[in-house]
Ligand binder design. Structure first.
Ligand SMILES: NC(=O)c1ccc[n+]([C@@H]2O[C@H](COP(=O)([O-])OP(=O)(O)OC[C@H]3O[C@@H](n4cnc5c(N)ncnc54)[C@H](O)[C@@H]3O)[C@@H](O)[C@H]2O)c1
Length: 260
């Protein structure tokens, strides 16, 4: 992997990934609608609006792998979700196909499967149960990625991310947290593993309270370094149990369940 395109590079996860992947790839192209000026060695900034398909295709010229993190990162109007997470994602896979990009690593979400109950332990073979318009757009991303993998031979790595932060921030996120360095490790597997055609993994650290059977990630060599339990006592003390009859407490998707 010589040349990697990171979309959404100015965002929360993009910023973590720049830190964690510094020096790993000779050329890291940072694409976003927001400017980035603090460039490190090997980094270049490329202004890109992913809703512009021709611009996305030009951005992928000579690119070996894409880390796709640009888009709408939570619930919003359908117009906004459709522009960034439906049309923008179609543009992503078309650009990859046209330019012969070998790998696309895609930031899908726990919200594609947010309507499983918290007591369930789910795996990547189970049906999608999106909890929001946002979750539906992530299920779309997983589906269109599968089509481009099967029909056009693009290697596609779907990371169903829980929540990326330095430390887990509340009770629910003890179950779905992923540290920045574990997130970067998953991205490296997605870009570098020699055998990926189409895979779905959960983007979570090694959490005792996990909602997920992440054996597909482990099969591909994922060895998470972090565990939310190290922070559990402090998190639980600051986040007492809420109303157990609240749908946001019953289902894995949390507040996305009750968002309208
Ligand atoms: N943060 C998490 O824990 C989490 C969890 C699950 C999935 N995800 C997914 O990971 C991705 C990144 O999440 P994040 O938290 O870093 O979000 P973020 O909102 O912090 O970053 C998104 C970035 O995308 C850029 N962007 C928005 N519209 C764009 C467009 N039209 N063209 C180009 N760039 C555009 C924004 O400027 C921003 O820098 C999103 O797809 C999100 O759905 C994030």
């Amino acid at each position: 992997m010589q040349r990697v395109l990171l979309t959404g590079a100015a965002g929360s996860i993009g910023t973590f990934l720049r830190r964690e992947l510094a020096g790993v790839y000779p050329e890291l192209i940072l694409a976003d609608v927001q400017p980035i000026t603090d460039l490190g060695p090997g980094e270049t900034f490329l202004p890109l609006d992913i809703t512009d398909g021709d611009a996305f295709t030009r951005a992928c010229a000579g690119v070996d792998g894409i880390l796709h993190f640009a888009g709408q990162a939570g619930e919003n109007t359908w117009e906004d979700i459709r522009a960034k997470n439906i049309d923008g994602v179609y543009n992503l896979f078309e650009a990859a196909r046209i330019q012969g990009v070998k790998r696309v690593c895609f930031a899908t979400s726990n919200h594609a499967v947010g309507y499983y109950r918290r007591g369930a332990r789910i795996n990547t073979e189970m049906k999608v149960l999106p909890d929001s318009r946002y979750g539906v757009s992530k299920a779309f991303g997983e589906a269109i990625g599968a089509m481009y993998a099967m029909k056009h031979g693009v290697g596609v790595f779907m990371m169903r991310i829980g929540n990326v932060s330095e430390t887990p921030v509340d009770r629910r996120r003890l179950s779905i947290w992923i540290s920045p360095r574990d997130m970067a490790q998953l991205c490296r597997i997605g870009l570098e593993h020699p055998e990926i055609k189409y895979e779905i993994v959960f983007g979570v650290s090694d959490n005792d309270r996990t909602f997920y059977d992440n054996s597909n990630a482990y099969r591909l060599g994922y060895k998470p370094q972090d565990c939310s339990e190290d922070y559990a006592a402090d998190v639980l003390a600051a986040d007492p149990l809420r109303n157990p009859d609240d749908p946001a407490e019953i289902f894995q998707g949390g507040a996305f369940i009750t968002a309208r």
